[in-house]
Design a protein around this ligand. Structure first.
Ligand SMILES: N[C@@H](CCC(=O)N[C@@H](CS)C(=O)NCC(=O)O)C(=O)O
Length: 294
């Protein structure tokens, strides 16, 4: 009995120690040796089929490219103080949430990619952002994690036990989150009906335009690109992917246009690609010797 208690106690102590070590290693300490004015974008690593397996880091990285704000990536997978990805550090200050990062940078760097829009257009763009990030996104989570997880397992760049544990963990988190948000309380048919209405609204509003609000790209294009890339590249065999690629062709060509404009190095960012390059700590747009691009 005593030895059983001793063994259990040792096991618990070892587990606590392990958790503490992991927490300590993942502590959010400001990154050192970052030149002033360079954004550190914390994300969860690249994907096999797209530069991110999450829409929000891709949105933020596209914004940094659109505005040519100097940045570097940290792919270590540290989550923000809010427990989400992505987040950034700017001159040592951490900012959580892709949109708060964008708002902060707009003020700090005095950049505005919405100058061609009037007030009404800015309001319409904001409404589409909310539809995409706060509604359509949850239908995608349910489609990916609500039942058969083989498709989503194929896009998460892990193998074996790590993959299995990650998928199980995400299934649990997403079940709780979608229940709290409300989407998870609908039947599968109802969720799909909502998704179809959202995707159709985006496609109808885009119509024949080059970018979402007109001839020139603006902030909402970062949002839509981030999310549509998930549907087209990261939801293989899903109802969402089938619907967009078969029925809403303008969304596919729109993503191609955004990709060509802001991601000429797309293939270098795919883990599966023979030309893949790890860009951790490379500084973009900053005129230094180790710039990834000038
Ligand atoms: N509003 C946030 C959303 C970020 C978000 O939901 N990220 C997901 C990955 S797709 C996440 O970190 N989920 C972890 C969790 O919910 O526990 C943003 O724009 O940054």
């Amino acid at each position: 009995m005593a030895s059983l208690l001793l063994m259990t106690g040792t096991g618990v102590a070892a587990t606590i120690l392990l958790v503490l070590i992991v927490l300590l290693m993942n502590r959010r300490r400001p990154k050192s040796n970052v030149p002033p004015g360079v954004v550190v974008l914390y994300q969860i690593g690249r994907g096999n089929f797209a530069p991110s397996i999450s829409p929000f880091p891709l949105k933020l990285e596209t914004f940094l490219r659109m505005t040519k704000i100097p940045y570097m990536n940290d792919h270590s997978g540290k989550f923000s103080s809010k427990g989400k990805t992505p987040w950034m550090e700017y001159n040592g200050k951490p900012i959580a949430d892709s949109q708060f990062c964008i708002e902060y940078l707009k003020k700090e760097k005095e950049v505005d990619v919405n100058t061609l829009l009037n007030k009404d257009e800015i309001s319409v763009a904001k409404a589409f952002q909310r539809l995409t990030e706060e509604n359509l996104y949850w239908t995608m989570c349910i489609e990916s994690f609500g039942g058969d997880v083989s498709a989503v397992s194929s896009i998460i760049p892990y193998t074996g036990l790590k993959l299995w544990l990650t998928v199980k963990f995400l299934q649990r988190v997403i079940k709780q989150e979608t229940w709290g948000q409300g989407m998870g309380r609908h039947t599968p048919d109802e969720v799909w009906e909502i998704a179809v209405h959202d995707m159709t609204a985006i496609s109808n509003f885009l119509g024949e335009k080059k970018f979402f609000m007109g001839d020139e790209p603006c902030e909402v294009d970062c949002v839509l690109f981030g999310m549509l890339v998930m549907i087209i590249y990261n939801m293989p065999g899903s109802k969402h992917q089938k619907f967009v690629t078969e029925e809403l062709g303008n969304l596919v060509s729109y993503c191609e246009r955004m990709k060509n404009k802001y991601w000429p190095d797309w293939n270098e960012k795919l883990l599966h690609s023979p030309t893949y390059k790890d860009d951790s700590d490379q500084i973009y747009w900053h005129k230094t010797e180790n710039s990834a691009q000038s």
